[in-house]
Design a protein around this ligand. Structure first.
Ligand code: PLP
Length: 198
């Protein structure tokens, strides 16, 4: 199980302090912001940088320069663009799944994941799945969604033969439930850094 520090909105000094406390994976939501911080923290040579926010196709090149893993693949077009920019080594991604079918969220619908996976598997290395469950009153509300993501991963591993080892799920409020349901990467912001500066 890996701990990713979701560091959007926090200055490089806060990330450095987190590194000194043992954090080795930073997750950023915006390409430019991530690139700026990675540049300023380039002495942290064993840190990994992940993109956890939505990726627009016109930012794909910068994203490949900056990030080791993209958690938010949500279309064939984006996979194709990433592959054209860097056919080898293939870009590493997770497919973001919009389990609640929320119109305001990115990610693909549950019913679309297998089709997308079959189309993009030659273009990118799909390491697993990521989700952000719909907001709920309690952390337990997320359990059903986390279990759904794990079941989907297990099913797709069988039907595609791919090694979909990563389940990126769980944030400050519900990471304990996510770990119980098999998360391999939890993405924690506030519980590490405190409230985001405005
Ligand atoms: C901000 C963010 C997180 C972390 O959220 P917290 O509630 O601060 O732990 C995790 N994942 C994504 C995609 C985020 O945007």
């Amino acid at each position: 199980m890996k701990l990713l520090a979701a560091s959007k909105g926090h200055p490089p000094s806060a990330l450095r302090a987190a590194y000194q406390a043992g954090i080795r994976i930073f997750g950023e939501n915006y390409v430019q912001e991530g690139l700026g911080k990675r540049t300023q923290l380039n002495d942290l040579t064993d840190a990994q940088w992940h993109l956890i926010g939505h990726l627009q196709r016109n930012k794909a090149r910068l994203a490949l320069d900056c990030f080791d893993l993209i958690h938010s693949l949500d279309s064939y077009q984006l996979a194709e663009r990433l592959w054209r920019l860097r056919p080898e080594p293939k870009p590493e991604v997770l497919i973001e799944v919009n389990l609640g079918a929320e119109p305001t969220k990115s990610g693909v619908l549950l019913s679309e994941v297998e089709g997308l996976l079959e189309k993009v598997r030659e273009l990118v290395v799909v390491r697993g799945l990521m989700t952000i469950p719909p907001p709920g009153a309690t952390p337990e509300h997320s359990r059903l969604y986390f279990a759904q993501l794990r079941e989907l991963r297990d099913k797709l591993t069988l039907t595609t033969g791919l090694a979909l080892e990563e389940l990126s799920m769980g944030m400050s409020r519900d990471f304990e439930v996510a770990i119980e349901e098999g998360a391999t990467i939890v993405r924690i912001g506030e519980a590490i850094f405190g409230a985001r500066p405005r």
